[in-house]
Design a protein around this ligand. Structure first.
Ligand SMILES: NC(=O)c1ccc[n+]([C@@H]2O[C@H](COP(=O)([O-])OP(=O)(O)OC[C@H]3O[C@@H](n4cnc5c(N)ncnc54)[C@H](OP(=O)(O)O)[C@@H]3O)[C@@H](O)[C@H]2O)c1
Length: 282
């Protein structure tokens, strides 16, 4: 008998993450949903169970922009799952204004990058446990508009919301390529993707022009969430990619990411800076 695979999805309470959870639950995966509000996550868990008929669902609560709480989250996940087959780092947001977390980290950097970085590192040994495991980082085509200053990765000077968001999505790709370089021997595969421009709640946490433009764009040109979740589902479940790693996908096809995303110097600087920020928290 085939044992169902364990899949952890962050940002599983809305948009692309929620749809990914629904579809993977339909395929029979055991899903660990990571949400930030207990109330909303419990509602979503019930919706996923009734839509999929799958009751092998668990949930975990964490504010993923609070990096120290990831230790507790990872421990809670370990208490429930002996091994993980798939980790989908998906939770992310755009912040039009400069915000610092209570750990004094710029919030886009904390949520969209450091959270992926630290949760992956904390869980990697149990993803390895049942190899080949898969780690999937949801990035974005917005990465091609990044203007990364490697001396100011948190954009503490001259913050611009869209640039910070684009930078963070470039970081998702730099991180994926560096993971592949460092850990390909483990048998784990590391891939990232652009889901498309998807009609989700993305951007709704803001006020003002940025949010209005985004809302209009979503109404006019965005794809629906079913389509937006397809590349996630493909990377999580298809046999075609079981041995493919270190790639950036769009529409379930590996494509080239921006030139800067391939620069080893950027990959390494981001890695060492992320470690430095995290070690300063303890
Ligand atoms: N939509 C697009 O067009 C698009 C395009 C390219 C890439 N992406 C990427 O796709 C990913 C998912 O975005 P989406 O469009 O599905 O957005 P969404 O509908 O806003 O969903 C975001 C998810 O992340 C969770 N989240 C946000 N802040 C969090 C925090 N501090 N702690 C824990 N969870 C948090 C949200 O939780 P709540 O339910 O509690 O709000 C929600 O589950 C992001 O990484 C985004 O960058 C999206």
């Amino acid at each position: 008998m085939k044992i169902p695979k364990n899949c952890i999805i962050t940002g599983a309470t809305d948009g692309i993450g929620k749809q990914t959870a629904i579809e993977l639950a339909k395929l029979g995966y055991n899903i660990g949903l990571v949400g930030r509000s207990k109330e909303k996550t419990e509602i979503v868990l019930d919706q996923i169970a009734s839509k999929s008929g799958n009751h092998s669902l668990k949930y975990f609560i964490a504010d993923l922009s609070n990096i120290k709480t990831l230790d507790t989250l990872a421990n809670n996940i370990r208490n429930e799952y002996e091994s993980i087959d798939i980790l989908i780092n998906n939770a992310g947001a755009y912040f039009s204004q400069y915000i610092e977390t209570k750990e004094n980290i710029e919030k886009t950097f904390a949520l969209n990058h450091l959270n992926y970085f630290q949760l992956t590192k904390l869980l990697m040994d149990i993803v390895k446990f049942d190899k080949p495991g898969r780690i999937i980082n949801v990035a974005s085509a917005a990465h091609s508009r990044a203007k990364l200053d490697i001396d100011d990765l948190q954009m503490k000077k001259g913050y611009k919301g869209w640039t910070a968001y684009s930078n963070s999505k470039l970081m998702n790709i730099l991180f994926t390529y560096e993971l592949h370089k460092r850990y390909q021997d483990t048998g784990i595969t590391f891939n990232c993707l652009h889901p498309g421009f998807v009609d989700t709640s993305f951007g709704d946490n803001n006020i003002g022009l940025g949010r209005n433009i985004l809302s209009l764009g979503k109404k006019i040109i965005a794809i629906n969430v079913e389509e937006g979740a397809r590349t996630n589902i493909y990377l999580a479940s298809s046999n075609e990619v079981k041995n493919i790693s270190g790639k950036y996908f769009y529409k379930s096809i590996p494509i080239k990411s921006s030139k800067v995303s391939y620069l080893p110097k950027y990959q390494e600087v981001l890695w060492s800076y992320s470690e430095k920020v995290i070690s300063s928290l303890s």
